[in-house]
Ligand binder design. Structure first.
Ligand SMILES: Cc1ncc(COP(=O)(O)O)c(C=O)c1O
Length: 381
């Protein structure tokens, strides 16, 4: 095998001197653990960025989803409708509460939850819906909100990938759900390696989530500077779902970069949209009206006469990072699902993610486009 002339990774964080300086300042401060002043400062900034009243930093998006479901009251005997085509943290968070995830199929074009499919699954045990913004494109939240209100159930936005996305001009996180959960994992648009946040307007839900994320008591910061020997009491079973101050410091810098990072990803997406259009055997992502995606990933839809496995192998040999899209959750062995989600199953077999991050240069993009063109030809059967 000849060495590729260039390698273009599938994903890459954008971090540098500013993040290092912010970490150094936290190290100097002596407060490294979670729920400290840097977390609180980031929470204020993140609430403002997402157009919500409250934000709570968490160890990851899975823990933010779990907290959301706990405070909304999901538990054994309940059913929660979830979008099927997603990283299964969405359905795992339901299972963690003892409730049962009910998988709803998705739209062929966007991969987002099909609201009619979700409506058909509402039954006497349904307590809520979790809609996922697939790879950072907001789902149909107007219709989802109407469905939730009609059925008298709650609505959660799995916004893991969508920091910086908008729906009707409003930022992801404040587009109709009762609570929304974000991820700051290394593959996301803004990142501290790991991390997450829960956002929402409801003071009571959010303060209960805050207690639960620190073992069921108020964070130590609330007792800082007190002359009384305040001894907290444990009245409910909480967790350690805190983000550390080191991560929060990185996130403050990353949030400051959010607009430019989303702009760089959008530039890459527009480049691909233009240069990969019309190639037989691959279709390009569809953006539904009145929304702007955060472009966490760029998923091409690979179909006959092109073989996805061969295409992936050929791209990797050319030094171009790629991977499958995401999961059809109902097919995972842990879920003995009664639902069939044929569209999700089909997308699981067809999508291929190609390089998408904010460090891609036009030369990288040209190389990816040329590689896709030649790899498609050699993967046509
Ligand atoms: C849609 C979705 N939800 C939840 C998660 C879980 O995020 P985290 O790894 O921060 O727990 C992911 C991670 O990829 C995701 O894509």
């Amino acid at each position: 095998m000849t060495k590729p002339t260039r390698t273009v990774p599938l994903g890459q964080p954008t971090v540098g001197r500013e993040e290092l300086d912010a970490v150094a300042a936290v190290l100097d401060s002596g407060w490294l653990s979670g729920a400290g002043p840097t977390c609180v400062a980031f929470e204020e900034e993140f609430a403002a960025a997402t157009g919500t009243r409250h934000a709570l930093t968490t160890s990851n998006c899975g823990s933010a989803l779990h907290l959301a479901l706990q405070v909304l009251g999901a538990g054994p005997g309940d059913e929660v409708i979830v979008s099927d085509y997603t990283f299964p943290a969405t359905s795992h968070s339901v299972a963690w509460t003892g409730a049962t995830p009910i998988f709803a199929d998705v739209h062929e074009d966007t991969g987002n939850i099909n609201v009619e499919a979700a409506a058909s699954l509402v039954g006497p045990r349904t307590v809520g819906i979790i809609a996922v913004d697939l790879v950072g494109q907001p789902a149909d939240f107007d219709q989802l909100r109407a469905l939730a209100d009609k059925a008298g159930i709650w609505l959660v936005e799995d916004a893991a990938c969508s920091a910086g996305a908008t729906y009707h001009g409003r930022p992801a996180g404040s587009i109709g759900a009762d609570l929304a959960a974000f991820s700051f994992h290394g593959r996301k648009g803004i990142t501290a390696g790991e991390g997450g946040a829960l956002v929402g307007d409801d003071e009571e839900l959010m303060s209960r989530a805050r207690r639960l994320h620190t073992y069921g008591i108020a964070p130590a910061l609330s007792r800082e500077g007190s002359v009384d020997l305040a001894i907290p009491e444990f009245a409910e079973l909480g967790y350690n779902y805190r983000l550390s101050e080191v991560q929060a410091a990185i996130m403050r810098v990353q949030l400051g970069r959010l607009d430019s990072l989303v702009a760089a990803r959008t530039h890459a997406a527009e480049f691909y949209n233009r240069e990969l259009a019309g190639i037989e055997g691959i279709s390009l992502p569809v953006v539904a009206p009145r929304r702007t995606p955060a472009w966490q990933s760029y998923l091409i839809d690979v179909h006959a006469p092109v073989d996805r496995n061969q295409l992936a192998g050929n791209l990797r040999m050319l030094g171009v990072g790629c991977n499958f899209g995401t999961y059809a959750s109902h097919l995972q062995p842990i879920y003995e699902s009664k639902q069939d989600c044929p569209v999700s199953r089909s997308l699981f077999g067809r999508h291929l993610a190609i390089p998408m991050h904010a460090n891609l240069t036009d030369e990288d993009l040209e190389y990816v486009v040329a590689s896709v063109r030649s790899a498609v030809t050699s993967s046509t059967i």
